[in-house]
Design a protein around this ligand. Sequence first.
Ligand code: ADP
Ligand code: MG
Length: 146
Amino acid sequence: MIIETNSPEETYQLGKLLGQKAKAGQIYTLRGDLGVGKTVFTQGLAAGLGITEPVNSPTFTIIQEYLEGRLPFYHFDVYRIGDIEEMEEIGYDDYFFGQGVCMIEWADLIEELIPEDHIQVEIVKDLEKGFDYRKVIITGLEGVEI
Ligand code: ADP
Ligand code: MG
């Protein structure tokens, strides 16, 4: 499905809606250029899970856990991963195959570890449609009404 947003608030609200509908065990991958709105979307999703503490990209760690919401939320940013072994070291499979919701930024760097059954979110700009325009392409969420 494709959703178009025209402000950070709209992207946040879209994330929030998905967070409210999120189910245990879901894995989201998030793609898009720097500054496209991945963090805004993630903050919305966390809010939809009932997380009130601030959510930012886990820059110095691979994973940030948030446990206060309706479901555990595991936010991965694997941008700085040196070797796939680092995922083994943090015990990634407990997160991927656990009862929480995973959000993985830069998932293509660990592509071989991503389970086939996951939800892909890609955010793209189109400057011809305005500076704040974003196209959010979601695949793998068939049957969920937005
Ligand atoms: P990323 O995490 O992808 O690097 P951020 O979420 O940190 O990007 O930043 C996105 C920036 O784009 C913010 O400054 C936000 O205010 C701005 N922005 C403008 N329009 C939108 C929109 N429609 N959706 C999301 N962010 C938007
Ligand atoms: Mg970010």
